[in-house]
Design a protein around this ligand. Structure first.
Ligand code: NAD
Length: 431
């Protein structure tokens, strides 16, 4: 991964794509900086009795279209700049799929693998204590992201409710089902991504059984996208986690890999029957090698900026689906486009997560849980509508899919901002 000015890169891309889509300079100026950020030092009592301080962040980027929405990540590399970039992407993503939300993001600079369960709970509650007046069901609604999950969301919801002395399940999404979480939320990012990849593959005339897919990252997003694609008939030939990857031309059984990883914490090339798992023929590869494989679809589903100027020339997959947020740095994106590689942009590819988060929030506010079929059916409707709109804009305006997705999102945000009056309207004398 290359060191990059991730926030500067994100703003520059919005400006470039906004000008291309004829979005007014005032709207682009409004998106150059976040609406509000909170930076906090989080004291956590460690199991040995000492206290450690962790840096925590929350950014509400733009709320022209509604309360802000975005995940919280735990990772040693979290910085304010990264959180701001992710919050800007959330603003676009919510607009791309037409959700009544603005964008936000949060994070803590921590390696959660180094913490005990109790330390992780204390950190999560400390984070919510720090942001309790900054978030809320009508202002800013967090959710899980990298290295955070339903249990952590449950601790945070509980802490918020303890502070406010009311039950407000809609303050956070991605909660455990028993605490007001939604059926289908856990798989939503991966399921949504698989639907979008399938839609793109179909329009490109690819047959699932002959389509070889490599997935970088085998966490929530990576596992579910691999599983759903395999269920749809695609061949998953490579997967990886932070320690490296595995490759098998014959394709892996994703559920077996997941089961083995759950029990041993290690990614192994296995096939499981019942509780018995056997090794299958495979090769170990590095994460860098995985990105450069000669496959039909490459799915980066771990971290940002994994494809940059250092490796853009060596990417061989004709389709790249950005299931992680921002896995392709700005210059590399242009290079891939010039080389004829189609990129399914993150603001569409991974929008399934926030879409089902919206469903969860709606269910919490209605006090009426939906069935899994309701959730899956509505997810498919929302995403396929967004895909068709983006495809149409890309064709009509001769834009890349990212260019079209940005055009759609920026025009929707512009409509909300300009509904309160444009520069021309204020300068004119007529009502
Ligand atoms: P996760 O914590 O569940 O999984 C992360 C995975 O990435 C793990 O398998 C980990 O081993 C792997 N990983 C970490 N460092 C790596 C490296 N250097 N190289 C290769 N793999 C590495 O996280 P997640 O929720 O699956 O999120 C992954 C990406 O998807 C992030 O960019 C996140 O912002 C994005 N995303 C997630 C959701 C969601 O609902 N979970 C929604 C939208 C976008």
């Amino acid at each position: 991964m290359e060191p990059a000015d991730v926030f500067g890169d994100a703003v520059a891309r919005v400006e470039r794509m906004g000008r291309q889509a004829a979005v007014s300079p005032e709207v682009l100026a409004a998106l150059r900086q976040p609406k509000a950020v909170l930076v906090a030092s989080l004291p956590v009592r460690m199991d040995d009795g000492s206290t450690r301080w962790f840096s925590g962040y929350r950014c509400r980027y733009n709320d022209a279209r509604g309360p802000t929405k975005g995940g919280i990540r735990y990772h040693p590399g979290v910085t304010l700049e990264e959180v701001q970039a992710l919050a800007l992407w959330m603003t676009l993503k919510c607009a791309v799929v037409g959700l009544p939300y603005g964008g936000a993001k949060g994070g803590v600079a921590v390696d959660p693998k180094q913490l005990s369960h109790l330390e992780l709970e204390r950190l999560s509650r400390a984070y919510m204590r720090a942001v309790a007046d900054f978030v809320g069901p009508d202002t800013d609604i967090p959710a899980p992201d990298l290295y955070t999950n339903a249990r952590i969301m449950g601790w945070m919801a509980d802490e918020y409710q303890t502070i406010k002395r009311v039950q407000v399940p809609g303050v956070i999404t991605g909660k455990p089902i028993a605490m007001g979480g939604s059926l289908g939320r856990e798989e939503a990012t991966g399921r949504g991504a698989s639907l979008m990849i399938h839609e793109l593959a179909r329009r490109r005339g690819l047959e699932p059984a002959r389509t070889r897919v490599a997935v970088q990252g085998f966490g929530n997003a990576g596992y579910h996208v691999a599983r759903c694609l395999q269920e749809a008939g695609y061949r998953i030939v490579a997967v990886s986690d932070s320690k490296g990857g595995i490759l098998s031309e014959a394709g892996f059984d994703v559920e077996s890999l997941h089961r083995a990883k759950e029990s041993s914490r290690v990614l192994q090339g296995v096939y499981c029957r019942g509780s018995v798992c056997e090794l299958v023929e495979h090769q170990r590869i590095s994460n860098e090698e995985l990105l450069e494989l000669d496959v039909d679809v490459l799915v980066p589903a771990a971290l940002e900026n994994v494809i940059g100027s250092h490796n853009a020339e060596r990417i061989r997959a004709p389709l790249v689906a950005e299931v992680a947020n921002g896995p392709i740095a700005g210059e590399a994106d242009e290079r891939l486009h010039e080389r004829g590689i189609t990129v399914l942009p993150d603001v569409l590819a991974n929008a399934g997560g926030v879409t089902v988060s919206w469903f969860e929030w709606v269910q919490n506010r209605q006090g009426w849980p939906w069935t899994l079929e309701d959730v899956r059916g509505r997810l498919a409707d929302v995403l396929s509508r967004a895909f068709s709109e983006i495809w149409r804009i890309a064709e009509e305006e001769k834009l890349s899919l990212r260019g079209a997705a940005y055009a759609l999102a920026l025009r929707r945000i512009a409509e909300a901002i300009e509904s309160q009056g444009t520069r021309e309207w204020f300068a004119s004398r007529e009502a």
